[in-house]
Design a protein around this ligand. Structure first.
Ligand SMILES: Cc1ncc(COP(=O)(O)O)c(C=O)c1O
Length: 470
């Protein structure tokens, strides 16, 4: 930020606005990038510069940045009323319609939908429901939650405790006691030299079981996982991973919670990520793509055993002691219903498969000509490109070189928004992206990569063998 005018938006932002996931000191120095408007997959900053938003904002605006039908759906809902709630036997009518639609899509049989407003609230709600489930069945000591390294589940205290990213814990003395982490199924980084995929997943399942036995199976309530890790670096588990993990969990009466906040609604080439990776959850958390983030709304889908446990727990007439003011908000429900209608009309699953294959093939072709791409991985329109110092040995760059951040800055200059997670470059574009826009994404990526390659070649001493990128 070069000498901003005292009353400029940039100066006022630094003075008055605390940003999420941002270094405060650096922000005061460089100021904000102010975005003003969007058109399809593009956003425009306050100087009129256009960016191809290949991250759909925060993995969320599946329908792009200017879907008029969502605006109209919100307006129509506001015409009826600005708010109604779902406490104490009341409900806005549209919340019923949305619940019915979600249950129809749900891979969990005989499900019900519970509404909240953020992904964090949804993942935390699943933890409370897991506790209720075990308590109602006479096992109140089953309370511990096992999550995974490099998982992301939100920012509230329990959700952050479930994250497997040190940056979510460092300032707060988290995780809370009773929140444990097992391996991330990243075969590229976590497998041992010479270990086959089969042996790798066997080891992860065995280590999970050892953890459960050491903690005491009677103390473990649930296991939570994103079907494909998003913020941890877009990690696709090896085939067969979830089947082995599931066998361990079922043996010890431990619930399986799917965090579908990013993977849900077509993102991975199926309606839900759990269908892509062969995961059979007892509950799932939905947000982001549920409304294309045009309104803050999230949901938990819970199966029959959880519903029965809730009824049992409250059989003497007590209330289910949980709820958010905006659970089932009528405007959120209207926007989500219209979002679902559009997904059905565009046949979101087929479209994502086609566009995802085009994006992945293009990235692989670029990777084949590059000296610094170690792996291209992902499913559907959720793809990560891991940059490494040496693709043959998988040697990572020296973290101080901040190759990912370098790529991010260069991409921004080129008019492309990606997400750098360590040295993995993430793509999670709006699901409406078309073939020409995929090709433009690829051109911008290739151009950025060429510049970054030239920059890192001037720093060969920064290479540190064998380090994970995140
Ligand atoms: C997988 C996953 N779960 C949960 C969350 C938390 O959602 P929210 O920020 O809406 O609380 C996120 C947010 O990025 C996420 O990526």
């Amino acid at each position: 930020m070069s000498n901003p005018k005292p009353n400029s938006a940039e100066a006022r932002d630094v003075l008055f606005h605390l940003h999420s996931q941002t270094n405060p000191g650096l922000h005061a120095e460089i100021g904000p990038l102010i975005m003003e408007r969007g058109e399809g997959v593009y956003v425009f900053d306050s100087h009129g510069k256009r960016y191809l938003e290949a991250m759909a904002g925060l993995w969320c605006t599946s329908l792009g940045f200017s879907e008029a039908r969502l605006k109209a759906a919100a307006a129509a809902a506001y015409d009826k009323f600005g708010f109604y709630h779902s406490f104490n036997h009341k409900t806005p009518d549209l919340a019923i319609d949305l619940a019915e639609q979600l249950v129809a899509l749900s891979p969990i049989p005989d499900a019900q939908a519970y509404f909240a407003t953020s992904g964090s609230e949804a993942t935390e709600t699943m933890v409370k429901l897991a506790w209720v489930y075990h308590a109602a069945r006479g096992r109140p000591a089953k309370r511990k939650i096992i999550a995974r390294d490099r998982g992301f589940h939100g920012s509230t205290i329990v959700a952050a405790s479930m994250c497997g990213l040190p940056r979510m814990h460092r300032e707060y003395g988290l995780p809370l006691p009773g929140f444990l982490h097992t391996h991330c199924p990243d075969a590229y980084r976590v497998s041992l030299p010479g270990e086959t995929e089969e042996a790798f997943t066997d080891r992860l399942a065995a280590d999970l079981e050892a953890m459960i036995l050491a903690e005491g199976p009677d103390t473990v309530a649930a296991f939570i996982a994103e079907p494909i890790n998003a913020g941890g670096g877009i990690i696709v588990p090896p085939r067969g991973y979830f089947a082995k993990i599931e066998a361990v969990l079922r043996r010890h009466d431990i619930l399986i919670l799917a965090d579908e906040v990013v993977c849900g609604f077509g993102r991975t080439g199926n309606w839900f990520g759990c269908q892509t990776v062969g995961m059979q959850p007892d509950m799932m958390a939905l947000a982001k793509g549920l409304s294309s983030s045009y309104f803050p709304i999230s949901a938990v889908l819970l199966g029959r055993p959880i519903r029965d446990a809730l009824a049992e727990m409250n059989k003497a007439g007590e209330l289910f002691g949980h709820g958010f003011t905006n659970s089932g908000h009528p405007v959120g429900a209207a926007v989500a219903l219209e979002t679902l209608r559009i997904y059905h009309e565009m046949d979101v699953v087929s479209h994502v498969r086609e566009m995802g294959a085009r994006l992945k093939a293009g990235l692989e072709a670029i990777a084949a000509r590059s000296d610094i791409v170690g792996q291209v991985r992902g499913e559907g329109l959720m793809i990560g490109v891991e940059l490494v110092a040496d693709p043959l040995t998988r040697a990572a760059f020296e973290p101080a070189l901040k190759v990912g951040a370098m790529f991010d800055a260069q991409a921004l200059q080129n008019g492309l928004i990606i997400r750098a997670m360590g040295d993995t470059i993430g793509f999670c574009p709006p699901l409406i992206i078309n073939a020409a826009e995929i090709d433009e994404t690829l051109d911008l990526f290739a151009r950025t990569l060429r510049t970054v390659e030239a920059q890192v070649q001037t720093h060969p001493s920064q290479i540190r063998p064998g380090q994970a990128a995140e």
